[in-house]
Design a protein around this ligand. Structure first.
Ligand code: ECB
Length: 134
């Protein structure tokens, strides 16, 4: 059985979100608000189909995809840069590559114990976040 990421997850800690946002060119005022947020993720996983809704008091973001199928991602409400995005399995990790103007952009999700991990990468920056089930 593959891992099941489905559920509602609340952010409990975040490291270097500031560096990640700087790499994406997010302005000072937006970063100041964004770094205080405690987003919630609702993940739905059915076979190879996923949806991830990230909600916060300030901005929210929704993405859906099928494993191995490239799609155009708009990053609406985030940095707005369009990417060619593909998500694949690396053993039990969900690995997303976002090809576009920014080098080394993407994210990885995995579960350890009852915690959901998210590593966000852009250029030289890595942000690590931990979520717990709501
Ligand atoms: C959507 C909640 C965070 C809102 C932050 C608001 C403003 C900051 C603007 C740009 C910063 C760039 C990205 C925001 C970081 C997190 C939101 C989406 C993270 C992500 O890629 O989640 C993936 C994996 O779960 C699914 O979209």
């Amino acid at each position: 059985m593959p891992v099941d990421f489905s559920g509602t997850w609340n952010l409990v800690c975040s490291d270097n979100f500031e560096g990640y946002m700087l790499a994406l060119g997010i302005d000072f005022a937006t970063r100041k608000i964004a770094k205080r947020l405690k987003p919630q993720k609702v993940i739905e996983q059915e076979g190879d189909s996923f949806s991830i809704q990230t909600t916060s008091a300030f901005r929210s973001y929704f993405v859906q995809f099928k494993i191995g199928e490239e799609f155009e991602e708009d990053n609406k409400g985030l940095d707005h840069r369009k990417c060619k995005t593909v998500v694949t399995w690396d053993n039990d990790k969900l690995v997303c590559v976002q090809t576009g103007d920014k080098k080394n952009r993407g994210w990885t999700h995995w579960i350890e114990g009852d915690q959901l991990y998210l590593e966000l990468c852009c250029e030289e920056q890595v942000c690590t976040q931990i979520y717990k089930r709501a």
